[in-house]
Design a protein around this ligand. Sequence first.
Ligand SMILES: [Zn+2]
Length: 163
Amino acid sequence: MTDELLIRHQDGGAASAAEAAKGLPAPPSLHTLIVTCMDARIDPVALFGIKPGESHVLRNAGGIVTDDVVRSVTISQRELGTRTVYVVQHKGCGMATFTDPELVAKLESECGATPEWAPGSFADPADSVRAGVARLRESPFTVPDMEVKGFVLDLDTFALDPV
Ligand SMILES: [Zn+2]
């Protein structure tokens, strides 16, 4: 299945991506960064009408603000001039289908090792968005004039509910 994507890359993907990015500077022109879930049904580019060169997009399981998200937001802001952050989590997220202790116990049983990271599961995406927004605001590394907005996305209508 991985080869399907490599075929598409060869079959026009590389050429169209190169054409779209031609001459663009690295700093995002909208000075914006979006943190969202890796859920394959979410297309952040379509959702926000993002064009190449306009915004950073960070994705992980849940769209949670992890140590690595703080790292990337810091570099995005301090080195590439972004100022607005959207934290977008969603209803029906797979991260609500298990708890951290359940996943850790499963990994210990199946893999014989304990993860050094927290899975970051949540029952309510709004609570997780609030925690992520607070974490970014409290970080000593994010810029003071940053604007952070949190949302919960409805995967039926793709409406954004501000948190
Ligand atoms: Zn999700």
